[in-house]
Design a protein around this ligand. Sequence first.
Ligand code: ATP
Ligand code: MG
Length: 567
Amino acid sequence: MRWSQAFIPTLKETPAEAEILSHKLLLRAGLVRKLTGGLYILLPLGLRVLRKIEQIVREEMNRAGALEVLMPALQPPEIWQQSGRYQTAQGVLFKARDHAKKEWVLGPTHEEVITTLLAGELSSYRQLPKNFYQIQTKFRDEIRPRFGLMRAKEFVMKDAYSFDTTDEAAQISYQKMYDAYARIFQRCGLKTMAVEADTGVMAGKFSHEFMVPAETGENEVAWCEQCHYAANVEKASSRATPTETASGGNPEKFATPGVATIDDLTRPPFGVPACRQIKTLVYIVENKPVLILMRGDHQLNEAKLTGTLGTATFRPAEAEEIVSALKARPGSLGAVDVKELPVHADETLHGAANMTTGANEDGFHLRQVDIGRDITVTKWSDLRLARAGEPCSKCGHPLRLQRAIEVGHVFKLGTKYTEAFNACFLDEAGQKHPAIMGCYGIGVTRTLQAVIEQSNDKDGIIWPLNVAPYAVCLTPLNVAPDSAVMKLAEDLYAALSARGVEVILDDRDERPGFKFKDSELIGFPIRVGLGEKSLAKGEVELKVRGGALTPVKVEEALEKVLERLKL
Ligand code: ATP
Ligand code: MG
């Protein structure tokens, strides 16, 4: 490609709309442009990178035995009714109407479609295992689209769905995808960590997310450097250290005017440490109030609450709902002698005595409260958000926390969809069973941006070779067609192209500094600078992005570049 004929609108200034570095670089390097919030146009260079990532994904999926299909992005809402997700996915579903005012769904994912296919095609165990995948545009009505391609309303996803006859076989399918994902991200030049992920209300199922460690990530991962346990904080557990203490006597009410938070009570004149307080939260679970008890210094993890309650239909109670449940306002809530409401408590409160909690009377608290004697707990569970420094639940070593970007997700689904759609097979004995399903997603456009977020320096992007828009940029500093510099550049361009190298020739009549800055900003892995001064010494200047400038002999230039590319 000749730069003068390409469309690479680089920007000197950082556009105000971009908050994170990779988003700024996407725009500055002329890879994408925004249409409107959450919708982006991939420009020629950006699309080249996307196609390379897609190709890597396709090769690894094929290698793992998955079969490529292409499903409609437009879906009938009836199948969403059938799976029960028409309601539960309400928040993310984009809907459209046709000329007859009939409603359609723009697919955010394709479990319903693929299972409908299987329901029509599957009859015998002999047809399984099967794994179908596609690379396709998805639509999600994200509440907060942001960070460019990271969280968009429309994005490219690779989604795959496996079907098996037994749990063991499903486990093998899962592992194949897990391994394929590890290879895909490695080939994209991304360092990822696979972490255990939350599975919501689907008890007994399991899942891993592939995470790119990055401060700007929307996820947080807890990990242990000793035993390599790693989990999304939504799921992460830390070892519980129960708050066992001796009883201090019977509960005693004391006035706490103006105290509204755990923090307020830690201050004089009260001075009750947060870890000696019981925090009482009121949630409305399927229309009924439920109390959640946490130690004062701990935070509730709502994903764990979903698992414990077996439903995701809950929300924090509104002020009036709290008053009608406990006759007091937040700040003075407690569970002492509450018999009529279910009480869920975090396991660290087990055996806790001599604690302080709200008295269910505005402006009053109770001290010397013993769990068990004074508070009846309906169910104990791990409800805490894991924190840095807490002991790893596997080995006891202090946990570390790290922010991260989720680029991929593998999920063992079980029979939720195959039962709902009657996607069944007959086994050898003629018995009918629903197929066991797994689903596997990669955010292809998000991966593109995650590579930039992880691989850059002050000058711009540093593309890993496998996904670079062009491998080599030739930068002649004199572009007059009859100049020796340009002639050599043309020769090298032809020779590299003949060897299958993707090369861009910067034939723009611009200042050297300007051209060099652009090529650094875009981040081509190799740049060959050709100028009169070095040519007089029989040399050109080879620069690996992010490395030093090396003079090489003109006659060795081709070989040296090929060597760098390992061709
Ligand atoms: P998130 O928690 O980030 O919303 P998710 O759990 O909803 O992701 P999945 O449904 O598992 O995501 O989708 C598979 C992959 O698609 C994700 O791992 C992510 O890489 C990508 N993805 C999801 N939502 C978006 C989005 N709005 N924009 C770009 N990529 C996305
Ligand atoms: Mg999401």
